[in-house]
Design a protein around this ligand. Structure first.
Ligand code: ARG
Ligand code: ZN
Ligand code: CA
Length: 254
């Protein structure tokens, strides 16, 4: 009625240890975080600087509804990626994972143990709307970064999923994956590179001779979970276009 799209979610848990077998309660907590962050009802919206109030998304009008959780045990101790390819074994039963449930009509999340890569442990990764409906379509999350209770600090507020779902709905990293790169969103300020940790406001960058205040609290940056708390209106417009009747992910509409 309010124009929201409610995305049906399938969670696929592939676990070796008890800790990797993330509980139903924690999965519910993660879905709650997604719903709050995408509705702009997260408690930390109050931290958005006055300077960025005018471009904040408010309610993105994308909601999430858990439909099913599928669990499978494994003997795999890790899900290692190379420098060029992410590990996709969790996405197919034939390689020790769980096949996606109808990825055209359902958003599939896979939760697995540790995901090493040449540049360090991967928290999560996502497919873009271009992959809609394919066998690999969806988001992968490291079990230690799911939900809040028992998750690993400083990534224990469920924001890895918020970030990955941003990719799933068409958003690029805010720094455009290049020095002073372009994320194709007009109201996110161009910034030199990604941020990490807990930057303090205000933080300034200069790109092509223009000094700007950095939006390090944008969900599409790499700051710690407690330092990520906003999308912009431009990002909202992009995500809405992806789930619209004419969008690449229109199949998610009920
Ligand atoms: N590195 C991952 C990606 O590029 C996820 C980063 C999540 N950040 C966080 N604060 N939880 O998709
Ligand atoms: Zn990312
Ligand atoms: Ca931008």
């Amino acid at each position: 009625a309010d124009g929201s799209v409610e995305i049906p979610v399938i969670v696929n848990v592939i676990y070796r240890t008890a800790a990797e077998n993330v509980s139903d309660a924690r999965i519910a907590e993660q879905i709650d975080v997604l719903n709050a962050d995408y509705a702009g009802t997260n408690s930390d919206v109050s931290k958005i600087p006055t300077e960025f109030q005018g471009v904040k998304a408010g309610d993105v009008k994308v909601k999430f509804r858990l439909v099913n959780t599928i669990r499978k045990s494994t003997t795999k101790t890790e899900w290692r990626s190379t420098s060029t390819t992410t590990n996709k074994n969790m996405k197919r039963a034939s390689t020790g994972g769980i096949d996606a449930t109808n990825p055209t009509n359902y958003f599939n999340i896979w939760i697995v143990g540790t995901m090493p890569s040449p540049t360090g442990e991967i928290l999560g990764y996502a497919t873009f709307p271009e992959s809609a409906g394919t066998w690999e379509d969806g988001v992968v999350l490291g079990s230690r970064f799911v939900g809040k209770t028992g998750a690993s600090s400083p990534f224990n507020l469920g924001r890895t999923a918020t970030h990955e779902v941003g990719h799933y709905l068409g958003l690029r990293h805010i720094w455009g994956d290049a020095n002073c790169g372009d994320d194709l969103i007009a109201d996110t300020p161009t910034q030199t590179t990604n941020n990490v940790g807990k930057p303090t406001y205000p933080l300034y960058n200069t790109c092509y001779g223009v000094k700007r205040s950095v939006m390090f609290m944008n969900y599409m940056d790499y700051s710690d979970d407690d330092t990520l708390y906003m999308f912009t209106a431009g990002q909202k417009t992009k995500m809405q276009s992806v789930v619209a009747s004419s969008g690449a992910r229109s199949g998610l509409r009920v």
